[in-house]
Design a protein around this ligand. Sequence first.
Ligand SMILES: [Zn+2]
Length: 490
Amino acid sequence: MAPRKNWIGIQIGVISFVDEGVHSVLDSLQERANVGALLISTPSWSRGNAGRGTDWFPEHGVAEPDNLQGGAYTTIHPKYYNNTIIKEFNAPDPAYQGYDVFANVIPEAKKRGMTVYANYCETAGNEIKPLWVPNIVHILERDAWGRTAARVCLNHPDYRAWVLSYYEDIIRSYPIDGICWGIERRSPLFNMAEGDVPTCFCPHCRRLAHERGVDVEAAIRGYEAFEAYFRNARAGHAPDGYFVEFMRLWFQHPAVMDWEKFWLDSHTSLYQEVYGTVKWLNPKLDVGLHIWQLIDTYHPFLRAQYDLKTLERCADWVKPVHYHDAAGFRFNRIVQSFTKTFLGDFTPQEATQFLYKILKLNEAPFDELPKAGFSAGYIRQRTEEMVRRYGGKVRVYPGLGVGVQGVGGPQNKQITPQSMREAVRASYEGGADGLLLSRNYSETKLENLAAIGQALRELGIGDTIPDGISQVKIESAGESAAAEGSDRVF
Ligand SMILES: [Zn+2]
């Protein structure tokens, strides 16, 4: 598929089609924001990606919580699931009984020239969301002490088979145009830094790690040492210094680093397996990867762990999450967490400046962050970085936070039409190949959606622009926008 600067996608949960009707939703998306690609959450157990809001609602949809349980919103064809014990995972919520989202949406989308993707984001929370799925208890992770933990194990053969089975099912059963997916998980060490347990030490993970020469027992001893460090640090006890004591354990327990690398490689290999399988089923399908904001933006250790260049082998395009309005509140919370452990030698104010330096960010001081959010300049800088990294081999569709609940309340930076217009311009000035409007249509105010459309028109990027738009001249488009009295900020 040729690069298209006017690829405008939106993440959308099935609840919006159920609540508002397919025609009405597609009219709204096309007319307001020139949306051409629907990224429909299936499967999804995530309220944020697939449900309504919980305590706040925009002016469309149904204004009451749906208490999403979640699962698949398509028809499950049992013949594809012989190699996995996970066979029954249709969303049990009453709203979706008898509703097949692809059967309902794809014909109408095709009539309008829109493309349809299956979107699956395995979110970071460790609450036990999909526990209702029969047999899931057998594929859950084990922590370093042998206890069953809360997420599914990425190395469990039944989990990996289930992922491939679902993609085979929907690719053979529906004329979809592609998939987007991603996993939001911290490695064991940085889960521990957030008070979670180190995983996964199930028999499958132990065997695979052993086969590649990792000393499993030494790794467990190392994680135990880190667990004591994090516990003491949170209690304010690090006599040799918070950072020095943290780094000392890295040298004393190199098996932990081996295990962290093994954990990361397990993820990457699943990305590659999915990519190869989708392409084998249909080489024309478009495969996108969701890149968590913690990896791309906030966390120096996660940024160091993930060499995003490796994603070239398992994606046609990437969606780096650039939710800039919400980023101020979120980064403020992250700095508070870091300064309780490995950055405990710093005040949050000092740590913020230190992190800005090493993460190549330049945003508001710590105390002002929730109200200020991150700037649109952040989107431009991170997009430029991503485009440079991939050198045209992978398309870059920045994920713009046009509808994201949970920015901490009305006193914090809100998503506004102006912030959305700035985000669109910044993305294209950074060299974006398109935009992925996120996180969920059900949380999006229509005026913010319309601001996306306005910004695209100001930039001369619309549905009348043919492929080959890569030569679009952002500067001249901006000049004409400025001449019309636009509030152009760059
Ligand atoms: Zn495991």
